[in-house]
Design a protein around this ligand. Structure first.
Ligand SMILES: Nc1nc2c(c(=O)[nH]1)N[C@H]1C(S)=C(S)[C@@H](COP(=O)(O)O)O[C@H]1N2
Ligand SMILES: [Mo]
Length: 201
């Protein structure tokens, strides 16, 4: 259910079902693209995904390995710190529980890293328990490059800047090390329900 209200910046849909976090609006069918740089060209022949850093062994999947992992369909709401939320988005991907299976982490944080150099930090615990995925499908099709294809991180319970596009791996770290936007003042954790948009806010 959504209703339409007219605000200072145009038409912004509101929801009345409790699924809109504070300060957000429903963007509807639009899917904005927010990237800090150009969309990287990714060669699937040399692409890999790794779990590395403070671990007893590095786990690595080639594209062929990754596509053979068990995939699941995911329907979730997205919340961007720039205030748009998008509801019932449909993704397909591999649970981080699968990728982290058998890893002995020597730290309780991670830095997700990407083609193009983007990074973002999260508590390792937030990637477990069926709450995070490495996704390669969106809306029943392969994930488009502008939205992070071939593979992006999807962590829908945190603001969308934590869902790193063009994901190449997860580095386990001992300390919480600020990533790209976190170094510019974004919040270290980024819970949309607590409006953790900026550090100190
Ligand atoms: N590699 C990478 N991942 C990224 C970004 C980026 O610039 N580079 N932007 C982040 C931000 S700020 C947002 S809001 C979302 C936007 O995802 P979208 O372009 O699919 O809407 O991607 C996040 N992941
Ligand atoms: Mo963002």
């Amino acid at each position: 259910m959504s209703t339409t209200t007219r605000g200072f910046s145009g038409r912004r849909r509101q929801r009345t079902d409790g699924r809109l976090p504070p300060g957000q609006y429903d963007v509807g069918d639009a899917f904005p693209v927010l990237s800090a740089g150009p969309t990287p060209r990714v060669d699937l022949g040399t692409w890999d995904l790794t779990v590395q850093g403070q671990v007893d062994h590095v786990a690595r999947w080639t594209w062929e390995d990754f596509t053979a992992l068990p995939h699941e369909d995911i329907t979730v709401d997205l919340h961007c710190v720039t205030a748009w939320s998008k509801f019932d988005t449909r993704w397909r991907g591999v649970s981080l529980d699968t990728l982290l299976e058998g890893i002995s982490p020597g730290g309780s944080f991670v830095s997700a890293f990407c083609d193009g150099g983007y990074t973002t930090n999260l508590p390792l615990a937030d990637l477990t328990g069926g709450r995070a995925w490495a996704v390669d499908g969106y809306g029943g099709a392969p994930l488009e490059p502008v939205h992070g294809g071939p593979v992006r991180l999807l962590v829908p319970h945190l603001y969308l800047w934590k869902s790193a596009k063009w994901l190449r791996g997860i580095a386990v770290t001992e300390h919480d090390e600020p990533g790209f936007w976190e170094r510019f003042g974004y919040h270290g954790y980024g819970d949309p329900w607590r409006e953790q948009r900026y550090a100190g806010g």
